[in-house]
Design a protein around this ligand. Structure first.
Ligand code: CA
Ligand code: CA
Length: 511
């Protein structure tokens, strides 16, 4: 019974707590509640976005985007300009967007070898595609807004690199020489060149407010945005193209865009945008064809690989890798094999040396025998020197040389073996253990030796403290004296016995 009551109490408590929370929220202020509910609905718009890793199609184009100038699309990025002098490039959406509110997330890298780079990068929302022009590679007199990442300090006021938002109604000419100082609606100073991680810009146009947030690329954290600039009451064309462009001048940076993601924002309470209409038939066919080609290419490559590597298909993956134990065993085995071979070779060389020695000894003995025979024949001292034929001497010398050579070979072979063994020490611990063992024995022997020495030293003074000498036997004690002494003792003993028996008899009388 207790449990349901407790649960009931818990439910009531939770309900009260949530009521209290709502009441507190209402106290905090209606405005804040409103802003918490104000989070717009956000929908990714794939037709106005690009992103790696399969950014480019086989014909070099980017789906839904057109690129011009020096822009080079590749699999994982679009290089708007390479770091060469006076380059211009831009990328524009093919379709026109009619979003009332939107948000862009653009990831890019601006890199150059110099401390200063040029000219910069621009993100656009304009009524028309600005494919060619002088404003960061795009058309001047635009109708819409450009967010400029201006690397180069044209006016020399030491206020670059800077990020600025510049609006235009299609009539203004951009003031490049003054870095658009009088035309910028908002700006902030940020260094966006040569950063360890890509720089990210989040540009939001919501309820006529344009906000620029920057992730400066110092950390890998993608959400590490900081506020840069804000333009209120910004009126933009109701329909427009998104684009990104860049230019270089005398100085040149690589301007690489890794991704351009567009989201449509819908105010809460308003109807969410209808799902995209079908993409045009020709585009659909084109993508289908692209996909089929890719699939066919993949199958072809697979077949080729299997043809070239028939063993790869049969061999299970597990067998292709050896475990740590297997590798260790294999290494030990190989090491032992090498040692075994070395020992075999040494054996062979020793046999050869022995052979040589035998031949040498035989030759010398023969010579001695000859000399002995010569002496016996009485040919005299000078005579037997002539008995060494030059051929014999030559033979002896060559034999000596051979022996020396063999010894040298053997020496190198032994050192080689020693090297191998020490090299394999870490594999097989046998050698190390036996060395350790010998060392232990050595130590034990030392201890035993020390103990014995100690004992010997201790026993030396003991010998000095000899037992007292037995006094010399008195010379006066003769055999006669001895017998008299024994007789007196016997008499005394008998007397004592008699006295005792009398005493006992006397004692018995009293009972
Ligand atoms: Ca500039
Ligand atoms: Ca400047």
């Amino acid at each position: 019974m207790a449990e349901p009551i407790q649960q009931e109490q818990l439910r009531v408590a939770t309900g009260l707590r949530s009521l209290l929370f709502l009441w507190l929220l209402s106290l905090v202020g209606a405005n804040e509640v409103q802003s918490a509910q104000d989070t717009p609905h956000r929908r990714f718009e794939y037709k106005y976005s690009f992103k790696g890793p399969y950014l480019v199609q086989s014909d070099g184009s980017v789906p839904f985007w057109s690129h011009t100038g020096n822009a080079i699309p590749s699999a994982d990025q679009i290089r708007i300009t390479p770091s060469l002098k006076s380059q211009k490039g831009s990328v524009w959406t093919k379709a026109i967007a009619n979003f009332q509110n939107w948000e862009l997330e653009v990831t890019f890298r601006i890199t150059g070898r110099g401390r200063i780079g040029a000219d910069g990068l621009a993100i656009w929302y304009t009524a028309a595609q600005g494919l060619e022009g002088d404003v960061y590679g795009a058309a001047d007199s635009w109708n819409g807004v450009g967010i400029f990442f201006d690397s180069f300090d044209n006016d020399g006021k030491k206020n670059n690199p800077a990020i600025l938002a510049v609006g235009n109604n299609g009539k203004l000419q951009y003031d490049h020489q003054n870095d658009g100082a009088t035309q910028a609606l908002a700006s902030c100073l940020r260094d966006f060149r040569n950063k360890p991680y890509p720089v990210r810009a989040k540009i939001t146009y919501y309820k006529k407010i344009l906000t620029i947030m920057i992730n400066n690329g110092f950390t890998p954290d993608k959400e590490d945005y900081e506020f840069c600039a804000k333009v209120e009451n910004m009126i933009l064309p109701s329909q427009g193209y998104f684009g990104i462009s860049a230019a270089t001048g005398g100085l040149a940076d690589d301007h690489d865009v890794l991704s351009f993601l567009t989201f449509q924002l819908t105010e809460p309470g308003k109807e969410a945008p209808p799902p995209d209409t079908e993409i045009p038939k020709e585009e659909k066919d084109k993508y289908q064809e692209e996909f089929d080609n890719f699939q066919q290419e993949l199958d072809k490559r697979k077949e080729e690989f299997q043809k070239d590597h028939p063993e790869a298909a049969e061999q299970p993956v597990d067998d292709m890798y050896e475990s740590v134990n297997d590798r260790e065993l294999r290494q030990i085995f190989e090491g032992q094999n090498r040692i075994h071979l070395e020992i075999k070779q040494l054996n062979r060389q020793l046999d050869m040396i022995l052979d040589e020695q035998r031949r040498y000894v035989t030759a010398v003995t023969d010579e001695i025998a000859k000399r002995g025979a010569g002496d016996g024949a009485g040919t005299g001292g000078p005579g037997h020197q002539q008995q060494f034929a030059p051929a014999d001497l030559q033979f002896l010398l060559s034999t000596q040389r051979e022996v020396l050579q063999q010894m040298a070979d053997m020496r190198s072979s032994i050192s080689e073996t020693v090297r191998h063994v020490s090299g394999n020490k870490h594999l097989g611990t046998g050698g190390y253990e036996s060395t350790q063992h010998f060392n232990d024995i050595k130590e034990h022997l030392h201890v035993v030796k020390r103990d014995i020495e100690h004992l010997v030293q201790k026993s030396l003074p003991h010998e000095v403290q000899k037992c007292p000498e037995v006094p010399p036997f008195p010379s006066c004690l003769t055999t006669t004296h001895f017998f008299i002494f024994v007789a007196i003792q016997t008499v005394l003993f008998l007397g004592y016995i008699m006295y005792r028996s009398q005493q006992e008899a006397a004692a018995k009388k009293f009972f």
